[in-house]
Design a binder for this molecule. Structure first.
Ligand SMILES: Cc1cc2nc3c(=O)[nH]c(=O)nc-3n(C[C@H](O)[C@H](O)[C@H](O)COP(=O)(O)OP(=O)(O)OC[C@H]3O[C@@H](n4cnc5c(N)ncnc54)[C@H](O)[C@@H]3O)c2cc1C
Length: 394
């Protein structure tokens, strides 16, 4: 049973981590569920959710205790994101992006940047965003064209455009990836922490999408944007690796979000078909309906097994998680989209109404195919493990 897998995993967490999972579950029900359809209908970033998450202590999940954070490991984070996404994918992904930046600043930032940003990010007084993708560059991230030019005084000038920035609608701390040498590939990629109100930074209105508007995806333009030497977050040569450093965890978290959405959808469908009657019996009495939801339950179990295993491999930290994370995200995203459509189908036209989570989760599930690497890029990772490149000649 699916609930059994969650309980088994939760039993492996320590007390503080279990408390964080319970907090996330309760917080999502109280602070997110009543508003989720409103954010979607108004097509806007869920600012209230972020502010409330800050109050609840969900904005410093990845920072060490000494920095005021909860220091959650990959397994606990996986469960937290599963619980929040069961209510709303956009809010879960927004918090995942913010917390990913919190962890990176706590791990990597030098004294000045830590002093400037870490406390505010952990406390949720400021919202973070990750700016790698550009209007012309997505999967081939080493080919980014936003430039960082060094000034004689040691400062930098940023020029270029960034696209698909989650939290972009309101973020005030931008982690900007740029190349220090046009055409220099991954070796020239550096990262900068930039205040969104720096002269030369322009925020472009959030995109209308098929769904998940609560994550506030927007664009940014950088034109002759001057920042001091201290804004250099990760130097060229290490920037690309830094961008990819958290990618396996991010993929596992998207897998977990899909598990949460699918579990919620299955719950809605089971409830509906048990109460709705046709041809003299409850819909749940028809074997076709039972089998359709049985397939969803199988896919949900399989998604959880792959996702939880990848989270455990990440926690073990032996570097073997990349392929497991790719399998987990690929399977869980497909299972969620397919399974949520099946849940809607057994409900007839009622499945398409917006007074339950199914339409919102279905459009969210479609978008998960692109988050943190498109499905085909996951296949590149998996295929490489099947056909490793021959060792280079001595
Ligand atoms: C809702 C949402 C939020 C996002 N948030 C952020 C964010 O906060 N920060 C950020 O930096 N980015 C963000 N992204 C961008 C996301 O990371 C990119 O969409 C993703 O990397 C894919 O890039 P692309 O969409 O430009 O597709 P492209 O790279 O243009 O690819 C188009 C298609 O070609 C396929 N393809 C590309 N290369 C290969 C290959 N080698 N082999 C086989 N197929 C290939 C892709 O899989 C895809 O199907 C977000 C995207 C979405 C949808």
């Amino acid at each position: 049973m699916t609930g059994g897998l969650q309980a088994e995993l939760d039993a492996s967490l320590d007390e503080a981590e279990r408390a964080a999972v319970a907090l996330a579950r309760e917080w999502a029900q109280v602070a997110v569920a009543p508003q989720a359809e409103v954010w979607e209908a108004e097509r806007r970033f869920a600012r209230e959710a972020f502010d409330s998450a800050a109050e609840a202590g969900l904005t410093g999940l990845t920072a060490p205790g000494a920095d005021g954070g909860r220091a959650l490991g990959p397994v606990a984070l996986t469960r937290v994101m599963e619980e929040i996404a069961a209510v709303d994918l956009g809010v879960a992904f927004s918090l995942a992006v913010h917390n990913n930046l919190v962890g990176a600043v706590a791990r990597r930032a030098g004294y000045e940047l830590r002093e400037q940003y870490l406390d505010d990010l952990v406390a949720g007084r400021r919202l973070g965003a990750f700016l790698l993708t550009e209007p012309g560059v997505g999967s081939d991230a080493a080919a980014i064209t936003t430039t960082a030019r060094r000034e004689p005084d040691g400062g930098w000038v940023l020029d270029g455009a960034k696209a698909w920035v989650s939290n972009g609608a309101e973020a005030s701390v931008l982690s900007v990836y740029a190349t220090t040498e046009a055409g220099g590939g991954h070796r020239a990629v550096a990262a900068f922490l930039v205040d969104a109100d720096t002269p030369g930074v322009e925020r472009v209105t959030a995109y209308p999408l098929i769904g998940a508007h609560s994550l506030g995806t927007a664009e940014f333009l950088f034109e002759n944007c001057r920042v001091g030497p201290e804004a250099l977050f990760v130097p060229a040569g290490q920037g690309f690796r830094a961008a990819m450093e958290g990618i396996d965890l991010a993929r596992v978290l998207v897998g977990a979000m899909c598990c949460g959405m699918l579990d919620a959808g299955l719950g809605v469908a089971r409830h509906y078909v048990s109460g709705r009657h046709a041809f003299g019996q409850a819909l749940s009495g028809f074997q076709a309906v039972q089998f359709s939801l049985a397939d969803v339950a199988t896919d949900l179990d399989a998604s959880r097994l792959l996702t939880y295993r990848a989270a455990q491999l990440l926690a073990a930290g032996d570097g073997s998680a990349a392929v497991a994370a790719a399998h987990a995200k690929k399977f869980a995203t497909r299972a969620a989209e397919r399974g949520l459509a099946a849940c809607m189908q057994v409900m007839g036209a009622a499945g398409a109404r917006r007074h339950h989570c199914l339409p919102r989760h279905l459009t969210g599930a479609r978008l998960t195919h692109y988050l943190d690497g498109a499905t085909e890029i996951l296949d590149v990772v998996i295929a490489r493990s099947l056909f490793p490149p021959p060792p280079s000649a001595p």
